[in-house]
Design a protein around this ligand. Structure first.
Ligand SMILES: NC(=O)C1=CN([C@@H]2O[C@H](COP(=O)(O)OP(=O)(O)OC[C@H]3O[C@@H](n4cnc5c(N)ncnc54)[C@H](OP(=O)(O)O)[C@@H]3O)[C@@H](O)[C@H]2O)[C@@H](O)CC1
Ligand SMILES: [K+]
Length: 517
């Protein structure tokens, strides 16, 4: 599990650190980390370090200072280094002196009409480009000269702290921005590394210890790693029977639209052993697809369950409303998706059926969220947190970066880095998976985080066939640590995702086992 801190809180921790350790010492630590990861990337992409060429794109602040110091260190390893200075009269003085003393070159980016041809040549020549344009103090989209320079970068980029052009606090991008192969950040992750377009633009994020950790407070939110999901995933113990592992009730689909029922129920069956009961008009179709499910026609006939998954395909008319009200009255943990969210958004009386002490998880995409909150989410973390608090629910806001907020203010984010789950019926599978984790007694916020992570990984496995490669996706360029965007894949449907859920579970469980060795 990794913490994520807002830029303001990182800065506050930095202030406390600087009372104990001189600022230039901290900057040298940061630059050491940058130089290390540049060397690694040169090894991967240029086949070695000495004799290769690195271009630094340097802005006016300390972010540029980090890049210049890293350049000086790289000179010491025989790397040719050219710094392109976007603001020569405001460049970090000590960093520039260090680079020049080490034999690096520096040139002004701007000529009489935009970028000089020398600057363009340097940006094109680098085997790796270091992005030191702007870091934590970034405001708005890239300035025109910086934007023009970024447009000429063709080589793989190591971003210092964050990819320039990405808003540090939200991950949103306005106009041109750097797409990094590797982002080297300091002390703690920032929201831009895991949210919105920033997550994909950050590439592989590498955290460097600059001595900040003791000065950081509680993180603003956290990111689960595969080993966290693996450690929490329920598996039967020798004392277990089918009931003790948690029984899930599924109320989804209709006679004319049985697909939602089959996918939701399937998500539950593939997630954990134990038992799944189905209640609704698609009982025959569900029995046929999933003979292990006990299927009945209505919620009232279902028998005891430990949790409910309700909503996909139940409709938003009176039948759907009745099903949802009946499920809520049982005072068991509930995951409510799709039509159930629409019903809850427009019918305040439905909330009266709910026991406020019992966990209720809502899993909206942005459109459904707008029905609940009155507007589409902009700052997704703040929006999810506020809506979770207002309704007293766990709010799982689906998207490329999925945000899960608990009513007590805790937030988990899952940056999937790929969009393979964006396929019809995929949300139904997630609802079933999450319901089964709730039925098994997994703490609700963690259950949400685990379900989202495994669901996203299952989609990736289905799209790329990566489970056939020993659990690792085949990567373009042979980079085993590369991110999902560089994975070769083919579009999938939700049934393929569902079929890959066990492989994804095995993978996270293997990661958990490896991490305790
Ligand atoms: N404190 C420390 O010792 C440590 C700090 N560390 C490092 O320092 C970084 C923070 O440094 P920082 O605060 O100096 O600001 P920084 O992000 O470099 O940018 C400021 C300049 O950029 C400009 N600018 C703004 N927006 C822009 C845009 N959209 N497009 C283009 N330009 C834009 C703005 O220009 P102005 O508005 O003045 O014209 C301003 O002058 C942090 O990310 C980390 O790398 C590490 O070494 C650890 C120790
Ligand atoms: K940067």
């Amino acid at each position: 599990m990794r913490g994520v801190w807002t830029p303001d809180r990182i800065r506050a921790a930095e202030e406390r650190l600087f009372e104990a350790v001189a600022e230039p010492v901290v900057m040298r630590r940061a630059a050491n980390g940058v130089a290390l990861h540049v060397r690694r990337l040169l090894g991967e992409r240029a086949g070695g370090v000495a004799g290769r060429h690195v271009t630094l794109l340097v802005g006016a602040g300390n972010n540029g200072g980090d890049a210049l110091w890293a350049g000086a260190l790289l000179r010491g390893r025989g790397v040719g280094v050219t710094a392109v200075l976007l603001a020569p009269d405001r460049t970090h003085g000590e960093g520039l002196r260090a680079l020049r003393a080490a034999g690096g070159r520096a040139l002004a980016a701007e000529g009489s009409s935009g970028l000089t041809s020398e600057a363009v040549g340097a940006l094109r020549r680098g085997d790796v480009v270091v992005d030191g344009v702007v870091g934590l103090s970034a405001r708005g989209g890239l300035r025109p000269l910086a934007a023009e320079a970024v447009g000429h970068v063709g080589a793989p980029v190591v971003a210092v702290d964050l990819p320039s052009g990405v808003d540090p606090a939200t991950g949103l991008v306005e106009g041109p921005a750097v797409s990094a192969e590797v982002t080297v950040t300091f002390g703690g992750l920032k929201p831009c590394h895991v949210l919105e377009e920033g997550a994909a633009r950050s590439g592989r994020v590498r955290l460097v210890d600059i001595g900040l950790i003791p000065y950081l407070d509680e993180p603003d939110f956290t990111v689960l790693d595969p080993e966290d999901a693996g450690a929490a995933w329920p598996v039967p113990s020798p004392e277990d029977d089918k009931y003790s592992q948690g029984v899930l009730g599924v109320a989804a689909g209709s006679a004319s639209f049985p697909g939602a029922a089959m996918l939701t129920a399937g998500g539950a069956v593939r997630t954990a052993s134990g038992m799944v009961r189905y209640a609704g008009p698609a009982a025959d179709a569900v029995r046929e697809s999933w003979p292990e499910i006990v299927a009945t026609g209505s919620v009232g006939d279902t028998g005891r369950v430990q949790a409910w998954a309700v909503g996909p395909g139940i409709g938003t008319g009176s039948n759907g409303r009745e099903v949802l009200a009946r499920v809520l009255e049982e005072a068991r943990p509930v995951v409510a998706d799709a039509d159930a969210i629409t019903l809850l958004a427009r019918d305040a009386a439905l909330w009266d059926a709910r026991d406020p002490e019992t966990p209720l998880v809502l899993t909206p995409h942005d459109g459904e969220f707008a029905r609940l909150a009155g507007e589409r989410p902009e700052d997704r973390v703040a929006a999810a947190r506020e809506t979770a608090r207002r309704y007293g629910v766990l709010l799982l806001l689906k998207g490329n970066s999925t945000v899960v907020a608990a009513p007590d203010g805790r937030v988990l984010v899952h940056p999937s880095g790929h969009a393979w789950p964006a396929t019809a019926g995929s949300g139904d599978v997630l609802t079933g998976m999450l319901g089964k984790l709730l039925a098994a007694g997994v703490e609700p916020l963690r259950a949400c985080g685990c379900a989202v992570l495994v669901h996203a990984r299952a989609a990736e496995i289905a799209a790329t066939g990566s489970a056939e490669h020993g659990g690792r996706a085949p990567r373009v360029g042979g980079d085993e640590e590369g991110r999902a965007e560089r994975t070769v894949g083919a579009p999938i449907g939700a049934s393929a995702l569902l079929a890959a859920v066990p492989a994804a579970i095995r993978e996270v469980r293997a990661a958990a086992t490896a991490s305790v060795r």
